[in-house]
Each structure stands twice: as C-alpha cells, then as structure tokens.
Design a protein around this ligand. Sequence first.
Ligand code: CP
Length: 328
Amino acid sequence: MKNFLSVQDVPNLMVLVQEALLLKKDPFAESHLGRNKTLGLIFFNASLRTRLSTQKAAQNLGMQVMVMNVAQDGWALEMADGVVMDGDKVEHVKEAAAVIGQYCDLIGVRSFAGLTDRAADYGEEVIHKFVQHAGVPVLSLESATRHPLQSLADLVTMEELKPAAAGRADKVKVVLTWAPHPKALPQAVPNSFAEWMNRADGSLGPVEFVIAHPEGYQLAPEFVNGARVTHDQREAFEGADFIYTKNWSSYQHYGQVLSKDPAWTVDAEKMALTNHARFMHCLPVRRNVIVTDEVLDGPHSVVIRQAGNRVCAAQAVLKHMLLDLLYA
Ligand code: CP
C-alpha cells in the first residue's frame, strides 16, 4: 500500500481487518518496523480522535511523529497553479508539501470540504497536491470526500460485534442513517462508510446495506453504488444489526442544510425496531440532536469501542505503508 486515500488502495479488506485485530491484541508486535521513520501529521482542520489515535498507532510501530496544525501555525497556502501570489497566500503547496516530505517518511493530511464548490471538493485538490508534491507516501486523515481510517475502524468494530448467527448464510443488516444537525457537515464520513460497506462482503460476511435519509440528501451515486436507499427511517431500522448514524449536508443542493427535522433523531423507540442493533457514530456527536442520551449511554452504544479501534486500524494501515516503503 503506497498511499491510503480510499478503500481502492486496500488490496484485501479482510486481511487488513484481521491485521488490525491482531495489532489490537498485541500492539507492540511490530514495534521495530517504524524505527528511524518519521510520520508527519498535517491538520488543516480540528481533530481529537484522528490526531491522537494515529499518533499512538505510529508510536506503537516505533515511529517518530511530528504534528502540525497548518491552518493555525503555518503560512497560508496557495493551492492553485499558475496564480500571481499577490494576495494573502504566502506559500504555495508545491514548496510546502515538498519541504514536509524532506522531514517525513510518511505524511498524513486532514483537509475538510469547503462545502461551497462541489467540483473543487470532489476533485480533492488538497490531498492530491500533497500526493503530487510531497515525494513520500500520503495517508488521508479525512479528506473532502472520504474518511478511510474511520471506515476501517468501523469495519473492525463490526467484525468484533457482528451477531454470532451471522455465519456465511445470514446477512448482517447495516443501516446508515442521516440524523439532524444545526450546521452543514461534509459528506466524507457517510461517503466513505458506504464505499467500505459496499466492499465489505467477504470480510464482514454477506451484508444487507441500507441508507436512510430525508428527500434531498442522496449521496453521490459513486458512493451509493447500488445500496438500497429509503426515506423511511423506521422501515430501515427493522431487523437491523448495526445502526450507523451521521449527519451530512446535501450533495445535490451542495452544502445546504435542507432539514433539521427532529423526527430523524435516533431514539430508544426506533432502536427497539432493530435486532438489538449496535449504535455507531464516528464522534464527535451532538447529544439529543443526533441521538438521545438514552441510546448513546445505553448498553447497545459502541461509540467508545469504535473510537478505541481507531488505533489498531491506523496501525494496520501504517504497517502496510511502512512495509511498502521498506521492501518495495
Ligand atoms: N471521528 C473523527 O475523525 O474524529 P476527530 O474529528 O476528532 O478526529
């Protein structure tokens, strides 16, 4: 694995999930692998889980880690080519990425969608510029349209918790549901979750994947990719094994908040329709907006385990990137 930007970079999902679970059991089993290697973590946006879990994962592999909140501490970066830089942008990403590549063996980049220009966001300019100019492999810490480290941790969590009866014959029912939020949020987490779920057959077992959202919140077709879509949240919840909850802003009316309907908040009455489903969310989550306290604090909520699994997921990815660096 050279770069890690999406599920397309993963040669074998089942192998990666199993490796993450092995690293969870024995986090220091590969502590020699990252010796004398440096990971740079570059954040254009805020983070709690991604920053700390990726740092810990790298340290477990023996790597050194440098973290930079580039939006606050760095020079304002120009991304466009061929511009006259006589405005407020001080440094071009061509030099910035190349210089960071001089100090690091691997670079992680977090850069969210701006939510004003769909073509620009879905073109993934920032992370692609780093891939183009850094001269070293790049992993996504959440880009404009995807959050693959989160999705891998989600899949690891589901592998740990899938119903025992879900053998090779019974389908695991996974529901991705939209829930209300006061602000416009990117589509990166739901896009990525959908993309990984559509590849999860064979690792998780047979999967019935359903996406529930109000009218106007369809995800981009390349991410839905044949999953069943419904506007009836209750119908979707019936018999579900996992309820993955997330808000996102509209893709069609790009970046707009079309609904704040509290009828879409996940509550105990809706969870009772499921097959004792596990409640999942990537965090951070707004209590009693996205989900009620009762569900989030209840016995079926696995959000803390999910966040914990960010470490072994990142470690499995970094392990593969280091192996590629060392032996390719
Ligand atoms: N889930 C997630 O990526 O959390 P942070 O934004 O805190 O990193």
